[in-house]
Structures are given as C-alpha cells and as structure tokens.
Design a protein around this ligand. Structure first.
Ligand SMILES: Cc1cc2nc3c(=O)[nH]c(=O)nc-3n(C[C@H](O)[C@H](O)[C@H](O)COP(=O)(O)OP(=O)(O)OC[C@H]3O[C@@H](n4cnc5c(N)ncnc54)[C@H](O)[C@@H]3O)c2cc1C
Length: 482
C-alpha cells in the first residue's frame, strides 16, 4: 500500500486512529464468524462523517479496496478485512444527533448500538428490531445486514424502520437517500442500501422510525415433548389470527446451554420451549393471552409458565438471547447457521436436520424465530479433533440446501457476506446475479467497497477504455472481469 495513503489517512483522522501494527490489526482480523481471518493493511477509526469522506476518497484516489466495520458482531464474515485494503472502523461515530418524538424519528451516527436507540426514546417509545446481539451491534451494521430479531414477526425488520440515510459513496462523494418522510418520490434507494452488506458505500447518518411503547406486555413459555409438537402450536396460534410480538423456539440442547447462564429452572425433560410474547392494549393482550395458552395446551404442551413480573420476563428472554454465547458451555466450537423456511415446513425440516446431524455424527442445537420460520441451527464440533471443523462446515452447508429445497432462503438475517456467497446460485439464476452486479456497479464502478463479499464470483464493472490493464483486484485473484 502506498505510504502516501497512510500519511493522508493520518492527516485526516490523527495518528492514533490509524493502525498499521500487525499485533494491533489482529483485533480486527475476524468478525463474529471466527472461521475466517484476514489481517488488513491498515485500520482507520474516523471520528466524524467528514473524516469518513476523507478516508474513502483517499482509498479511491489510490485504488485501494476498503471494508466498513461496525461492532464486528456479524456472523457471515461481512466485515472480514481485505488483505491489501483498509478497514474503516465506525465505532467512534456513536452520537445520537436528534430525537424527534412528535414525528417518531431518531437521527444517529452509524456506531450507535441498537439498544442505545430504545434507551434514547424510552420509556414512551422504542425501536423494535432487536437482534440478540443488540447490546453490542451497531445501527450501521444493522442497516447493512437488514437485521432482524425476536420482535420482527410482528414489527418488521430494519428495512421497515430506516427512512433516510446519508451515504459516502465509494468515490468519496456524499448522497442523501430518503429522509424523514416514510415514502420519498423516485426509486427507493435507501431501500436498496439496507441489506447491501457494505458493498455500496458507508452509512454515516441514519434516520430511523421509532414507535410508541405498548401499554401492556405478557410473556409465557410453553414446554413440549419435541420441536415438531411446538411447531404445530406455532401454526395454530398464527392461523387463529393472533400476532404475537415474538414467538421463539428452543430445543433441548439449546435449553441445556442457556440454563447454565440464565438459571431459569425450566423442566429438564422438555424437548422444546416456545416463548410467546403478546403486546398491545391491556384488554386485547389479556384476551389473546388466554387464547395462546389454550392453543398451546390443545397442541399438547406439558406445562405453561407465565412471567409474573418484569424480572421473570427478563429471565425468560435471557434464556433465549444467551443461546448462542452459551453454546460454548456444551461444545468447544459451534457454527451458527441462519436460513429461512416456510413456517409450515418446520417439522419436516427439523426432522431432516436431525437426520443430517446423525449422518455426520455431530450434534445440532436449534434455536429460532419460529414465527418467521427463521432457523438458527448451531452445529457443535470440536475444532481440535482432526477433520471435525470441515465436517461441521459441510453439515452446515447441507442444512442450508435442505432449507432452500423446502422453499426457503439461504439467510434470514445474518447476511451473505463471505460465508454464504457460494450458495447464491442455489437461489438465483445467472441473469439475476448479473442484475445485482449492475446495481452494485452503479454505486461502486471501481469495485473498491467490500470486494469479495455477497456475489459468488466477484466481477468488475464494464470495460475500461484504452488498452487492457489488469485491475489490482484481478491481480490479487479477488475478482474477474464482467
Ligand atoms: C451472539 C450473536 C447474536 C446475534 N443475533 C442476531 C439476531 O438476532 N438477528 C440478527 O439480525 N443478527 C444477529 N447477529 C448478527 C449481527 O449482530 C448483526 O448482523 C449486526 O447487524 C451486525 O452489526 P455490527 O455493527 O456488528 O456489524 P459488522 O459485523 O461490523 O458489519 C456487518 C456488515 O455491515 C457492514 N457495515 C457496518 N457498518 C456499516 C456502515 N455504517 N455502512 C455500511 N456498511 C456497514 C460491514 O461492512 C459488514 O458487511 C448476532 C450476532 C451474535 C454474535
């Protein structure tokens, strides 16, 4: 990398915010998907949107690829650095710029954590998309991944809450996409940006919709003999027209792991737990709550426990939200899968996952957003045992394919990143992929923003006028000409 680029970055952001030392850079070599690690040439921590502009513009002038990084909690390798590139770390941009409650809007910088939004507008309002990683993950990362969470079944995903974005394009220019209003005229460009996984630019200012806090919340957990039985209860509840705020399922293995962290004292012989939360006006909540209890009993649950107060509700949610990190208590390593299936295929696909796990001689824990059919199979393995990591990865791949075959999707909320790009052709035909590429090229004709992610075979944009010259990304084997 050109020394002059490093000098420009230092002049823009200050020496202490430009890291080039290998040991310091190792902090950033992976995101939440530790199976992949790449040390970048430099990591820059800009402190303002103007500094982000200076960094991106300098990379553009030197033809150097870069990757945006929020909190690095992503589970698909989206923030994995590029070896010859710059990592643009956005954790210093953590100011809430405006709280406009009469219009139900918040404007903030991208490094603000998900929970900080609800904290800023509470107790009268809240921000519904609630990834289990919400204490750490950044709103910029949520926007890039179109993140979801337990309450998205009723309330919708990040894309339903972003109304406007300030974006630094890969050539260093700044554009405003959308605004405070719900529907801007013209193409829905901020809709395009949400879920674009850092490949179209850097979001430096985000306008979000927040909603009034419901008057009442009631939470119960119902225990079943198996996830398949609990799956029937989910169908019964949805078919009855009840729209729970959240409806989450855990199997035996994931309860075993979480119990060691949350100490909820849930029955040790239950095969599945269904966590159902209703919110809204108190009278409606109470009436629907009784419907849910009745439907769970009708579907054969062995016990229903109702959260008696806020503290017990918190313990119920701790069981659910601790499931990923707690998996370390029962397995040295695990691989988080994220796929979607039609809700009606729940029992069939869970059976198939069991069968596949048996074939591979590995354990798979299941914890998921049951209402959305968004599965999170956790493939447990011991990375120190020869060949086991490879077997786990292969099994995780088979699970993705089983979900696609059932009419589902390769990812629900964790994104494609580097991990799932090989499965894109299982969902899309070549013309679809070419259309995505054209869209990407409209934002980033030089292919400098997060190259090597999302698209199965990264391609460059258009023909370069004049004699053919190899693009640096081609030379590095990261891309081929399109
Ligand atoms: C224990 C655990 C539980 C999780 N649970 C959930 C869950 O319930 N639901 C869910 O959806 N996800 C979940 N995740 C995944 C992850 O937390 C989300 O994808 C989150 O949105 C990532 O945010 P981040 O700030 O960590 O982003 P990073 O990991 O830093 O980056 C993710 C992607 O966003 C891009 N990016 C980051 N900031 C910007 C920006 N300002 N502009 C443009 N691009 C940017 C990066 O280039 C990268 O492609 C979980 C992760 C963990 C570890």
């Amino acid at each position: 990398m050109h020394g002059s680029l490093i000098s420009t970055l230092r002049a823009a952001c200050g020496d202490e915010h430009v890291l080039t030392d290998h040991h310091q850079l190792r902090t950033y070599e992976s995101d939440g998907l530790l199976q992949y690690a790449v040390v970048p040439r430099a990591a820059v921590l800009p402190g303002t949107a103007e500094e982000v502009v200076a960094v991106v513009r300098a990379c553009h002038q030197h033809g150097v690829p870069w990757v945006a990084r929020g909190s690095g909690s992503g589970l698909s390798g989206g923030a994995l650095p590029v070896e010859e590139g710059v990592l643009v770390v956005l954790t210093r941009l953590r100011r809430i710029l405006e709280v406009d409650l009469p219009n139900q809007r918040v404007v903030c910088e991208p490094g603000v954590s998900n929970t900080a939004i609800s904290a800023a507008v509470g107790p009268t309002h809240f921000y519904p998309p609630d990834p289990s990683s919400q204490i750490v993950c950044s709103i910029g990362g949520n926007v890039a991944e179109n993140s979801g969470g337990a309450h998205c079944f009723k309330y919708g995903f990040t894309t339903n809450y972003v109304t406007g974005l300030e974006v630094v394009l890969p050539d260093g220019s700044v554009v405003q996409l959308g605004g405070k209003e719900l529907d801007c005229p013209g193409y829905d460009l901020h809709g395009v940006f949400v879920g674009s996984e850092g490949t179209l630019g850097v979001a430096t200012r985000i306008t979000l919709r927040v909603v009034p806090t419901p008057e009442s919340v009631r939470t119960l957990v119902a225990f079943f003999g198996s996830p398949a039985l609990a799956g029937h209860a989910v169908s019964d509840i949805v078919t009855a027209g009840v729209v729970p705020g959240a409806i989450e399922m855990m199997d035996r293995l994931s309860m075993d792991a979480s119990e060691q962290v949350a100490h909820a004292g849930w029955p040790a012989d239950a095969g599945a737990a269904l966590l159902v939360e209703l919110d809204g006006p108190a009278s409606e909540c109470d009436a629907r709550f009784e419907d849910v209890r009745r439907l769970c009993q009708g579907a054969g649950c062995s016990e229903v426990r109702v959260a008696r107060d806020a503290a017990q509700r918190e313990v119920f949610w701790k069981m659910r939200k601790a499931a990923f990190p707690a998996m370390g208590r029962i397995s040295p390593h695990y691989y988080v899968q994220d796929s979607v299936i039609p809700r009606t295929k729940l029992a069939e696909v869970l059976e198939r996952i069991d069968e596949l796990a048996g074939n591979y001689g590995l354990q798979v824990a299941n914890v998921f957003h049951a209402g959305d059919g968004n599965l999170h199979p956790l493939v447990c393995y011991d990375g120190h045992a020869a060949g086991e990591a490879e077997r786990a990865e292969e099994l995780a791949g088979e699970i993705v394919l089983a979900c696609v075959q059932a009419g589902g999707s390769i990812t629900g909320e964790h994104g494609v990143g580097v991990d799932k790009k090989r499965y894109m052709p299982k969902m899309y035909e070549e013309p679809d992929l070419a259309a995505f590429q054209k869209l990407r090229c409209a934002f980033d004709p030089d292919g400098l923003a997060n190259p090597g992610k999302v698209m199965p075979t990264p391609r460059l944009c258009g023909e370069v006028p004049g004699p053919y010259r190899r693009h640096p990304l081609e030379a590095a084997g990261l891309a081929e000409r399109f």
